[in-house]
Design a protein around this ligand. Structure first.
Ligand code: ADP
Ligand code: MG
Length: 681
């Protein structure tokens, strides 16, 4: 059931409609699903003698007198009494008409806190209304709704009450299924949340664990599951070139490597190989902690496309990372005769023209680069597979732009070293297929992490000097300045100068985001070749950089960084067989949030656990990135706290879709209605 925009008829004006719109309310159903933040208990009256209890109470008394006084500023003072005691009420903001309203003898119901005041007990700015003697009390708690400027509680309440009285709110789930899940009927639940009886378990309402809350959250989660599944099915209905594994190039690569694939890599490769053989577009997210060897799995996928006569493209979020991929993949694939093109912002006009021509002409089999790959002037002859590294760094639009380069729908492999917690992949990412590489290649030694206060900087400097003299290499990560790129650059250069002065005996290099591509590449080449011993870097090295001889990392102002970022940075060391150390320098005093983050990073080295903690600390926003704009955000359910409901909703969504139930459309309409979306990327 869909109802057009329906702000209150009497007050309908563009202004009011905009205010409802701001609250996300566009239909009668949206009104019914606009749930209270809290409640006020106006179901009982407290005698004035008992009113001074601390919390807000409702009292009733008669006006004795009302006058305007000057107590520093104009104040309306009303004296009331209930036969036993007196109560003083003060209004600092009031209209002239209000003074007359409080005529002696009138009966008033007031809601607020009673406190000891100048003359006796007083209330400041209570909610009040005039009543007749023995006027009935409300039978349910009074809801307090989230609202916005210019929209009063009273107007919102009236509008919502009207919606509740007129809507059927019929169930979209069979009574039998509900009973199995232990869920209450929908109508009953919604009504209870808007109008709870006075004896309701207030704590369970507040904590949103009350059965009525659970029902509403379940329905919200079910809508999200259904929407994601529908999007998934729509994609599966599209066609893409089937690219069966011919095992010629892929086997040749595996044979040429100096190491064997890990079990997890073999498994991921097998799954992707099957996906690519399908006649509909793959959308798979390959997750694996830093250093788990995702690049190799991507290389195998690219080869499978190439074996079938199609082109593959690999896109990375930074030039440093794209360049590393280019070097590594050239090293692996050129001996197999694969023709690779490099495309990034920093190319000379002539080089770029040649690369573009080779990509458009089909000579290039694998194109590697940054977002330069999906600029307008790039046309692929036969793009069969798009690989996006560190997918969370790209927006949906960028990925779509690259995907559309093929003419049809190419297969897509997304990779991420920011592990997405299970609950997130079950909810916001439910339209993607996810494969996890849950194993690191053998022979890695875990990184030891130390938290060191800035005051002990001298010890850290000694440690760096000793390590570098022993032949190791180190990163010195500059403080993160998020506010401005210019400031970040200044900080990077200053840090570099300081470090160079501190270590006159070491070869110190600097890499930051504002260097030209060729300069960046030169620094990284020098570092790899050990011509640089200590590399001062901004967080540009956070993704993908791979120099196994670098075994020490110092991170300045670690307290400013996020958990995922720290984990990624730390993953730049510990990539060889030697023991590695990450030193997190922090400045006192630490905020509580920073203290918690450092504790998590110190205690955990499993990226998944860190991501889970991150989700608990910060909520899902960070992970969603550009997805957030498309995915139906959850207003009521909390995927970490309501995991049981999330799992139940997933099962029910499957059942409903399998049974082609009419409830699917009804349920989606109810919950998403005008907010309905289809996630495309
Ligand atoms: P990430 O998953 O973080 O992208 P990479 O693909 O960069 O990790 O791999 C990290 C390092 O491990 C690279 O030097 C890569 O060549 C190496 N590597 C990948 N797979 C294996 C393996 N099965 N055995 C040993 N080393 C491997
Ligand atoms: Mg990588």
């Amino acid at each position: 059931m869909k109802v057009a925009v329906a702000p209150p008829a009497r007050t309908a004006s563009p202004g009011i409609a905009a205010r409802f719109e701001k609250l996300g309310i566009r239909s009668e159903l949206d009104l019914a699903l606009h749930l209270p933040l809290r409640y006020e208990d106006e179901t009982k009256l407290t005698a004035l003698g008992q009113a001074r209890s601390g919390g807000p109470v409702q009292v009733e008394a008669e006006v004795v007198e009302a006058r305007v006084e000057y107590r520093g500023r104009r104040t309306l003072v009303v004296k009331l009494a209930d036969g036993e005691r007196e109560l003083w009420v003060r209004f600092l903001n009031f209209y002239g008409s209000q003074v007359k309203q409080f005529a002696p003898g009138k009966r008033v119901r007031l809601f607020g806190e009673v406190r000891p005041g100048f003359f006796g007990d007083e209330m400041v700015h209570p909610k009040y209304r005039f009543v007749q003697k023995d006027a009935p009390l409300p039978k349910s708690l009074t809801p307090v709704y989230p609202t916005t400027a210019g929209l009063s509680q009273a107007a919102l309440r009236e509008k919502i009450a009207h919606a509740l009285d007129t809507l059927l709110l019929e169930d979209t789930i069979e009574p039998k299924a509900l009973a199995k899940l232990g869920l209450r009927p929908f109508r009953e639940s919604v009504l209870l949340l808007h109008r709870p009886p006075p004896d309701v378990d207030a704590a369970s309402l507040e904590e949103r664990t009350h059965p009525a809350w659970r029902r509403v959250k379940f329905d919200e989660l079910l809508a999200q599951q259904l929407a994601m599944r529908v999007a998934y099915r729509e994609r599966r209905a599209k066609s893409a070139p089937p690219l069966p594994d011919a095992h010629t190039l892929t086997n040749a690569l595996v044979k040429s490597l100096p190491f064997a694939l890990t079990r997890a890599q073999r498994n991921a490769h097998g799954i992707i190989a099957r996906d690519l053989a399908q006649p509909h577009p793959m959308r798979r997210l390959l997750q694996g902690d830093v250093g788990s060897g995702k690049t190799l799995v991507a290389a195998l996928a690219a080869l499978q496309a190439i074996e079938n006569g199609w082109q593959a493209a690999l896109m990375a979020p930074t030039e440093i990372l794209a360049e590393q991929h280019y070097l590594k993949l050239s090293h692996w694939l050129e001996p197999l005769g694969v023709r690779i093109a490099w495309l990034a912002g920093g190319l000379k006009a002539r080089e770029k023209k040649m690369a573009l021509a080779a990509i458009a002409g089909g000579e290039t089999q694998l194109a590697i680069g940054t977002h330069a790959l999906f600029q307008e002037d790039v046309a692929f002859a036969r793009l069969g597979l798009v690989i996006v590294d560190e997918q969370h760094r790209f927006g949906v639009e960028q990925r779509l732009a690259l995907a559309s380069k093929g003419g049809g729908e190419p297969h897509q492999l997304m990779m991420s070293a920011t592990p997405i917690p299970r609950t997130l992949s079950m909810s916001y990412f439910a339209d993607l297929d996810v494969t996890v590489i849950d194993e690191l290649p053998p022979g890695r030694t875990p990184v030891v992490t130390k938290l060191v206060s800035e005051e002990r900087r001298d010890e850290v400097i000694r440690r760096v000097r000793e390590s570098c003299r022993d032949g190791a290499q180190a990163y010195w990560v500059c403080p993160l300045i998020e506010e401005s790129e210019a400031l970040q650059l200044k900080t990077a250069i200053e840090t570099f100068e300081t470090i160079r002065a501190t270590f006159p005996d070491l070869a110190v290099g600097l890499v930051h985001g504002r260097l030209k591509a060729a300069e960046k590449a030169q620094v990284m080449t020098d570092f790899k070749a050990r011509r640089i011993q200590l590399l001062v870097a901004t967080t540009v090295i956070e993704v993908g950089v791979d120099v196994p001889n670098a075994t020490l990392m110092v991170i300045e102002h670690a307290e400013r960084m996020g958990l995922a970022q720290l984990h990624q940075l730390r993953g730049r060391v510990g990539r060889g067989t030697k023991a590695s150390l990450a030193i997190l320098l922090y400045h006192q005093p630490l905020s509580e949030a920073a203290r918690q983050r450092l504790k998590v990073i110190y205690e955990n080295d499993d990226g998944f656990e860190i991501a889970r903690q991150d989700l608990l600390l910060r909520g899902p926003g960070e992970y969603l990135g550009a997805r957030q704009s498309g995915a139906p955000l959850l207003r009521f359910a909390d995927i970490e706290r309501d995991t049981d409901l999330l799992e139940a909703a997933r099962a029910v969504a499957d059942q409903l879709l399998a049974a082609k139930s009419r409830s699917v459309a009804r349920h989606l309409d109810r919950w998403l209605g005008t907010r309905r979306f289809y996630l495309k990327a």
